[in-house]
Design a protein around this ligand. Structure first.
Ligand code: HEM
Length: 156
């Protein structure tokens, strides 16, 4: 079960990244759209980006509170979390970074939806989504980093 969920969480990362890039490109292109167009053209991209992040959050929570041996060890041995790089990364750094990114996407959706003019709505959407993608990129355990993982997890 652990290996299956880890593989699903690993592959969903690519869904998140594709959805994030699509939403960003759409947000950037909408900056040049005339004011007479919809306030936020291509909102479907925003929804897909948010939904992919929410799905990844769900899988992450299952790993965090049920399946991952790293978070299990962290919870049973809280005193050693900060001094052990692996435990610190999986129990604090990775989830915290991703939660911040999820909040950024939400803030982008809400503040752009409430903005007074199309121009400021489109700018807010672009800025918050760009920040969210940046935080996701920084929080992913890329191969070669101290807690790196494979790009494409195949079985085990
Ligand atoms: C956009 C959001 C996220 C992305 C892109 C992401 C990405 C990843 C990746 C690529 C891995 C490594 C998978 C592998 O070993 O092949 C991983 C592992 C993990 N993630 Fe996430 N993650 C996200 C959100 C979260 C959240 C919100 C949590 C916690 C609430 C979380 C908890 C974990 C845990 C516990 C592991 C596994 C550690 C282990 O037992 O090996 N992730 N994540």
């Amino acid at each position: 079960m652990y290996n299956a969920m880890l593989a699903i969480h690993s592959w969903t990362r690519w869904v998140v990244l594709v959805a994030a890039v699509a939403a960003l490109v759409n947000a950037a292109r909408s900056l040049g759209a005339p004011d007479s167009d919809a306030k936020l053209p291509g909102r479907l991209y925003d929804t897909l980006f948010m939904a992919s992040m929410d799905l990844q959050l769900l899988f992450g929570l299952l790993l965090y509170f049920g399946l991952s041996p790293f978070t299990k060890e962290a919870m049973s041995n809280i005193g050693s979390v900060m001094s052990t790089s692996q435990l610190r990364f999986w129990s604090i750094e990775h989830p915290f970074g991703m939660l911040v990114a999820i909040v950024f996407v939400r803030v982008g959706r809400i503040t752009s939806g409430n903005a007074a003019t199309p121009a400021s709505a489109r700018k807010k959407r672009l800025v918050w989504f760009a920040l969210a993608l940046l935080v996701v990129l920084v929080s992913i355990p890329w191969p070669g980093l101290p807690n790196g993982r494979p790009l494409f997890r195949l079985g085990e």
